[in-house]
Design a protein around this ligand. Structure first.
Ligand SMILES: *Cc1c(COP(=O)(O)O)cnc(C)c1O
Length: 395
């Protein structure tokens, strides 16, 4: 298989890049913390091949639903190498995970009630998620005036303390973990330092004896001008009081591991002229690379047919997708750019995070996914067709 004749649209995973991201983050963590590990955020990109690479390179699976929990087990993660977060746990998978020694962070009251149903006669460790309001803890990193969170128990409201009391009243449950995930708009190092100072104070006031502290995700990947994994880790270390530097440090990166590892390729299929513009239609869709329709630009390249003798367009070019959504437009090229023509390929870089995991099955089903690996270019997910779509239906 050759990169120039892949069926478009398609994603391409760069295996070496994904592995490099994991190893560099892990090396940074271990430079400061003997006890530390990465929980790969499954929701960021749950492609089974990615999960298998994460597992083979020492990551735990960080899951936020009973579906993801079962998927992680199916892909082969050790049942103790799972971090189970979020409100979408089922009771049976919750009890199973706690019993199996996974890292389970309770998110709400019903999970605390479920703990009563664990077999008595042995002790269990549990983690708890703390509510983080970015505006209160690190206002310069807030996305708005009240950058609050739906998740975790709030110390300010007193519910965090009530939750601890309730857990301890059960008798055989120890709170051994703390989860403090928030995703600041800025992804700044100082945000994590502020969270650590805030949480450390609560750990001390509540006299918690932690085995692990899960700092969550929200980091930049390797990108010029952005903080490095090492700068984040140095920030954690400096902000942590000495008494807490022995606690196992967990991070849950998604974006920082997977974003840069994926490209997306689409091909120009047609060109039309009207309203003072050139409408360039491709066989891809914005649903695949920007499912929230919020990006203003992309890391992109063009692979042109006959690159040498290409005329320039005297009008702006609107690059659009194949779907019948009027707004499926990806970007515009100003007048004076190379005039795109059928057969040209547009390559989008750094599109591994919150893209294919969020694509709707609108008109066009999931595209082919290839991996470029030491064994060459291989198909790792075949394009979905009507048979995949119809599974489980009665009609
Ligand atoms: C989404 C999420 C992450 C990953 O966030 P990134 O920005 O992709 O690093 C980690 N932990 C939890 C609990 C999450 O919900």
């Amino acid at each position: 298989m050759d990169i120039t004749n892949l069926k478009t649209p398609c994603f391409i995973l760069d295996e070496a890049e994904l592995v490099r991201n994991i190893r560099e983050f892990d090396t940074a963590l271990h430079s400061k913390f003997n006890k530390s590990f990465i929980g790969y955020s499954v929701k960021t990109n749950a492609l089974p091949y990615v999960l298998r690479l994460a597992k083979d390179n020492g990551c735990y699976a960080e899951v936020v639903s009973y579906h993801e929990y079962s998927l992680a087990l199916k892909v082969g993660f050790d049942k103790r190498h799972i971090i189970y977060n979020g409100p979408l746990k089922s009771k049976s998978t919750f009890l199973q995970a706690v019993g199996d020694g996974a890292l389970v962070n309770v998110e709400n009251w019903r999970e605390i009630e479920w703990l009563r149903d664990l077999p008595k006669g042995r002790r269990y460790g549990i983690g708890i998620r703390l509510n983080i309001n970015i505006s209160k803890i690190s206002p310069e990193d807030a996305a708005c005036d009240d950058d609050d969170s739906r998740f975790g128990f709030s110390f300010e409201s007193g519910e965090f303390q009530q939750a601890l009391k309730k857990i301890s009243s059960i008798g055989n449950i120890d709170v051994v973990g703390l989860h403090s995930h928030r995703e600041p708009k800025t992804r700044s190092v100082s945000f994590y330092r502020h969270v650590i100072s805030y949480v450390a104070n609560i750990v001390s006031q509540c006299q918690l004896h932690l085995d692990y502290w899960d700092l969550g995700g929200g980091f930049f990947g390797i990108m010029s001008g952005k903080p490095t994994y090492q700068q984040y880790v140095d920030g954690f270390y400096e902000a942590l009081p000495t008494s807490l530097r022995d606690v196992t440090i967990v991070v849950e990166p998604g974006n920082a591991i997977v974003a840069s590892a994926f490209d997306y390729r689409m091909e120009v299929i047609d060109v039309k002229h009207h309203d003072g513009k050139i409408y360039v239609c491709t066989d891809g869709t914005r649903n695949d690379v920007d499912p929230f329709f919020r990006k203003t630009d992309y890391f992109k390249d063009f692979v042109l047919t006959n690159p040498k003798e290409r005329p320039l367009a005297d009008l702006p070019q609107v690059i659009s997708g194949l779907s019948c959504l009027e707004y499926d437009r990806l970007f515009q090229l100003p007048a004076g750019s190379v005039a795109l023509t059928p057969g040209d390929i547009i390559v989008f870089h750094r599109v591994g995070a919150y893209t294919m995991a969020l694509s709707p099955l609108f008109i066009h089903y999931f595209p082919n996914v290839y991996v470029s690996s030491p064994s060459g270019l291989l198909l790792i997910r075949k394009e979905w067709n009507e048979n995949n779509f119809i599974i489980g239906n009665n009609y």
